[in-house]
Design a protein around this ligand. Structure first.
Ligand code: FAD
Length: 403
């Protein structure tokens, strides 16, 4: 049976986050964006509201809500700004959900629990200067040394690099084995040899924190190896199943913001003696936004539904992410168009939406990578098998989570 309604809990979360965004983000975001300032106070406030671990079981410090509630949170946050949705995508979806799926009890207790409570911040370090889409080309090395690994290398374009306490770092333990030679480690910022450097002057998400992480002879205890040695590629990809879901959900929020801004402007601005909303070509641009919003939302909620049921969702997540991010970027470009010259100025938020909307078309799998994936699935060249570890189904069963 299909059910398109939100539960009472989901409606309450949506309302709460919308209010939070209107009160805590909207009044300051233009300034933070202009000053390229990442406001960590927002992370603390989101933690107080339980937003940093909304779909993590209560046993591990989270709110125990379903995966579509994460989508709702992401959509509402991105209505405010992509920076804070990106923070939740990285912290909750890419890092915490990966620990929930692949981590052992020690790792869940030591790292997942404080992250879900929002007391510690997590990041995800996969991309390197010479390896983005081509993950198997990463060069960061991890060499076993007694009860530890010694990590050397660098990561780039890492969201939250300057604020994260824990970083999931992917490194080669067996450099000759391609993607099978990659392993995943939890690296603490405080470990000697870890340094970071945030970027300035990005095109968009200027109110966010993104940059480089350098690892110089970093000693990581063996107990911080996530999954098995050589399992890192699978872990990285399954993390992206969650990250991409949250990115797609955020894109829905960005389209929502575009519609909100354009409906207001189109009813106020007049040309040729009537509001521009009365011109059919302006209506067409708004109609396309509405179609993008509704279609993307349906694709996202289907993925959340699959996650709740423990179904493998790589194909559906990739489609949702590709479609929603393209729709959001197109909506933002048209939103600028509807605002005419005013849209080309800092005075109106739509130019920020347009700059912000480009990054999600690039990160967590570029548009081209998702198109290739969808083509390969359709042609039968790509098939997914069950993974060794699954994300727990929702509602969370205590014994299931602890197994
Ligand atoms: C704001 C921002 C935040 C980010 N945050 C993180 C983060 O937190 N953690 C992290 O690990 N990474 C992060 N990234 C990095 C991001 O995931 C990579 O930029 C992305 O995977 C693409 O890699 P690349 O930039 O090296 O591009 P490349 O892989 O070099 O691709 C360049 C171009 O070639 C195309 N291309 C490549 N291969 C193919 C192919 N097989 N077929 C067709 N076209 C192809 C691409 O689509 C693209 O257009 C972030 C990036 C941005 C912009």
């Amino acid at each position: 049976m299909l059910d398109f309604s939100l539960s009472e809990d989901q409606q309450a979360v949506k309302k709460m986050v919308r209010k939070f965004v209107d009160r805590e983000i909207m009044p300051h975001i233009e300034k933070w964006d202009a000053e390229q300032h990442f406001e960590t106070g927002i992370i603390e406030k989101m933690a107080d509201l339980g937003l940093m671990g909304v779909c993590i079981p209560e046993e591990y410090g989270g709110q125990g809500m379903d995966y579509n509630t994460l989508a709702i949170v992401c959509a509402e946050l991105e209505r405010g700004d992509t920076a804070f949705r990106t923070a939740v995508s990285v912290h909750t979806a890419l890092n915490s959900m990966t620990l929930l799926q692949w981590g052992d009890e020690f790792q869940k207790e030591k790292y997942l629990t404080p992250q879900a409570q929002g007391r510690k911040v997590g990041a995800y370090g996969l991309t390197e200067p010479n390896a983005g889409s081509d993950v198997a080309a990463i060069q960061t090395r991890a060499v076993k040394d007694g009860d530890s690994y010694i990590l050397n290398g660098s990561k780039t374009w890492i969201s939250l690099c300057d604020v994260a306490d824990h970083i999931l770092v992917f490194a080669k333990t067996s450099p000759d084995d391609g993607h099978r030679g990659i392993s995943c480690f939890i690296v603490e910022r405080e470990y000697p040899g870890v340094t970071t450097r945030g970027f300035k002057n990005k095109l968009g998400i200027r109110a966010g924190n993104t940059g480089e992480i350098f690892l110089e002879n970093v000693r990581v205890p063996k107990v911080n190896l996530v999954g098995e040695e050589g399992e890192g590629f699978k872990i990285a990809m399954s993390a992206l199943d969650n990250g991409r879901f949250s990115v797609a959900a955020g894109a829905v929020g960005l389209i929502d913001a575009c519609i909100e801004a354009c409906v207001k402007y189109a009813n106020e601005r007049e040309t040729f003696g009537r509001p521009i909303g009365r011109h059919q070509l302006v209506q067409q641009m708004i109609a396309k936004m509405v179609a993008g919003f509704e279609t993307s939302q349906l694709l996202v909620y289907r993925v959340g539904w699959m996650k709740n049921r423990g179904l493998r969702n790589t194909r559906e997540t990739s489609l949702a992410k590709w479609y929603a991010c393209d729709a959001a970027f197109n909506a933002a470009v048209d939103a600028v168009q509807i605002h005419g010259a005013n849209g080309y100025s800092h005075e109106f938020s739509v130019e920020r939406y347009m700059r912000n909307a480009k990054a999600p078309v690039i990160y967590e799998g570029t548009r081209e990578i998702h198109q290739v994936m969808q083509g390969e699935y359709a042609l039968g060249y790509r098939k997914d098998k069950e993974l060794r570890k699954k994300l727990p189904e929702w509602p969370f069963e205590k014994e299931e989570v602890l197994s």
